[in-house]
Design a protein around this ligand. Structure first.
Ligand code: 5GP
Length: 139
């Protein structure tokens, strides 16, 4: 497995070198909006410490991420009046991973509404609004 690359996009977001729409953070994790949202409210939870994916993450990194995933998923479900949540995690290129810093995708889902195809840039004002809506619903 390749070594962790400090120049990946999410490491740059963590260092503040690239802007992001923050939803939530604590000592160990950061949650921000995906800029190519496949659902309204599509956001990402990452650990603040380096690891590529599920294959090299420590139990502590995974536990911290899951605590934040639970918190944000409930807030996103409430904020969007969703019927459910899809949680995605891709590890290594063969597993569908494109950014090599561990992340969990959170998608609010509505009955019968499919996810959009990947790779289309979202409207930044809308994404900013969605970040604020989820953040406001976090207790
Ligand atoms: P992966 O396939 O690695 O699980 O997904 C990477 C995700 O990162 C994709 O959903 C993609 O839209 C998102 N992404 C790629 N570049 C950026 C970026 O610069 N900022 C944000 N917020 N998301 C990004």
């Amino acid at each position: 497995m390749p070594a962790y690359d400090d120049d990946n996009i999410f490491a740059k977001i963590l260092r503040g070198e690239i802007p992001s729409f923050k939803v939530y953070e604590d000592d160990d994790t950061f949650c921000f909006m995906d800029i190519m949202p496949r659902t309204d409210g599509h956001c990402l939870v990452i650990p603040k410490t380096p690891c590529r994916n599920i294959l090299d993450a420590t139990p502590a990194q995974l536990a911290a991420c899951m605590a934040t995933v639970s918190k944000v998923a409930n807030a996103a479900k409430a904020a969007f009046g969703a019927d459910g949540i899809t949680l995605q995690q891709f590890s290594e290129a063969a597993g569908g991973q494109e950014v090599f810093h561990l992340h969990f995708h959170i998608h609010p889902r509505h009955e019968g509404v499919p996810m959009r195809a990947p790779g289309t840039m979202g409207d930044m004002d809308t994404i900013k609004d969605h970040a604020a809506q989820i953040a406001a619903a976090i207790s």
